[in-house]
Design a protein around this ligand. Structure first.
Ligand code: GDP
Ligand code: GDP
Length: 436
């Protein structure tokens, strides 16, 4: 099921990132008194009651040195393009400005649900001051205080009311959803095209494709795939589409809908810092991952070259030790035939369930071989283990005291589970829980 997306729009300094942080529950973006401070995260998951949704702080997408009004217009456009519901944030201490009216007009025309929130209403006496905001035509304004966390519940109740029913949109039968991520020019579009033009691949466009990405349907050897192509969206020529933050946002949305993420690396230019950052997003999301080393035609290809490149990749991407490497060329199609089988395997492993009795045999054998650690005379005791979910496979290990489960021991158990069941391509998660 696709998560609904909420975007916050408003002038600089009205409190967008303050609200964003409040709703996301961690201080992940930097709030400072200087308007337009660079922020780290602009897209994150938030929760209200039983609903999880994604939140965008459009203010975090910097659009260069454009005049305020131009920037506001672009932020509003992003919100209209990306979000299911828009929170239009105003500053209750400043009233309605010309820029607010301009944005209001755009949002109004878009027909997107808009929830009007008036921020910096820090105490109940100020609540009377919000009536002028009715004039914007978005119905009841919600008085809130991001700084003090007031009024957010009522505002969110209204936001959630407007969520579309996403349940029927994506029927995830056996179809494998995958996306390609990587820095500009690694060959994402070329690889998509190479896959689509491959022999014996049947391609069709999907009806009702979301605006987020171009979804393409492939069928090969009895397997259905959907490629979620974000790179292909770059053609609309909107200014903000070239900004890095925006492309990250696009990539995150694609990752979220994927079973398998292909992390592309350019064999010609080698590994860059940005590659790691991008790969980190896929890892954090718990998706199956394949590292695709593209442009392999530019390298003299033999076993030795492959080994050397692999060593380099492994040392740069230690957190992705479970991800297999595929070397290929989108341009010459060399080794391209190895990609779909790797995707099939990673996807199968991502959804794999192992029998509880076999799992416990493996865990107990591991413990017999490498006894559990002791901390200050107390020894970790493992009672039993069970798999609680898939995508990614997640295991709960019941122990006497979870604090005694050291990271390195958890890692050891993870490796034993991997050795026994072969989760190539998929991350796995282990949680220690107390049980007497
Ligand atoms: P943004 O530019 O819209 O993201 O605004 P920020 O979140 O960076 O906030 C701008 C300034 O307003 C900061 O100094 C915040 O501390 C302050 N601020 C945010 N919310 C509130 C609020 O509810 N009440 C008051 N008094 N100040 C706030
Ligand atoms: P994107 O920005 O990641 O979508 O990258 P593109 O698919 O637009 O490719 C960027 C450039 O790399 C283009 O000039 C491609 O022709 C080139 N390219 C893509 N794949 C390969 C490859 O396998 N080998 C070589 N030599 N060039 C490639």
């Amino acid at each position: 099921m696709r998560k609904s997306v909420v975007a916050i729009v408003g002038r600089p300094n009205v409190g967008k990132s303050t609200i964003f942080n409040r709703l996301v529950g961690e201080r992940i973006s930097i709030v400072e008194d200087i308007p337009g401070v660079t922020r780290d995260r602009i897209y994150a998951q938030a929760e209200w009651l039983t609903t999880t949704f994604n939140l965008i702080d459009t203010g975090g997408i910097e659009i260069g040195d454009e005049p305020l009004l131009v920037q506001m217009r672009q932020q509003a456009e992003i919100a209209i393009d990306e979000a299911d519901v828009i929170i239009f944030l105003l500053n209750g201490k400043e009233g309605i400005t010309a820029a607010d009216e301009e944005v209001a007009k755009m949002l109004f025309k878009s027909n997107k649900p808009v929830v009007l929130a008036v921020n910096k209403i820090d105490n109940p006496e100020m609540r009377d001051e919000i009536y002028e905001y009715y004039s914007l035509g978005f119905g009841e304004p919600f008085p809130i205080s991001g700084a003090h966390g007031l009024g957010l519940g009522d505002m969110l109740d209204e936001v959630v009311k407007h969520f579309p029913n996403n349940e029927i949109e994506e029927v995830k039968d056996d179809t494998i959803y995958f996306s390609l991520i990587g820095r500009p020019n690694v060959g994402k579009s070329s690889l998509v095209n190479a896959l689509l033009n491959e022999e014996r691949v049947i391609v069709s466009d999907i009806e009702g494709t979301t605006r987020d990405a171009i979804d393409t349907h492939l069928h090969k050897e009895d397997q259905d795939y959907v490629i979620i192509d974000t790179a292909g969206m770059r053609k609309r020529g909107k200014v903000y589409e070239t900004t890095e933050k925006y492309s990250v946002l696009r990539a995150l949305k694609a990752i979220e809908r994927s079973d398998v993420v292909l992390v592309l690396i350019d064999a010609e230019t080698g590994i860059r810092e940005q590659d790691k950052k991008i790969a980190g997003y896929a890892h954090d999301a718990g998706r199956a991952i394949i590292i695709v080393v593209n442009k392999w035609d530019t390298v003299e290809s033999n076993e030795k070259a492959i080994k050397e490149f692999e060593t380099k990749v492994r040392s740069h991407f230690q957190f992705l030790d479970y991800a297999p490497l595929v070397f290929l060329s989108a341009k010459t199609k060399k080794r391209l035939h190895t990609l779909l089988p790797a995707i099939n395997l990673a996807s199968e492993n991502h959804a794999k369930r192992v029998p509880t009795n076999v799992l416990n045999d493996v865990v107990m054998d591991a413990i017999a071989m490498n006894p559990t650690p002791t901390v200050k005379g107390r020894r970790l005791k493992v009672l039993y283990a069970t798999q609680v979910s898939v995508k990614p496979p997640s295991f709960v290990v019941f122990v006497n005291e979870p604090e005694l489960m050291h990271f390195s021991y958890e890692r050891f158990l993870e490796n034993k589970i991997r050795d026994a069941f072969g989760f190539v391509g998929s991350p796995i998660k282990i949680f220690a829980r107390r049980r007497q």
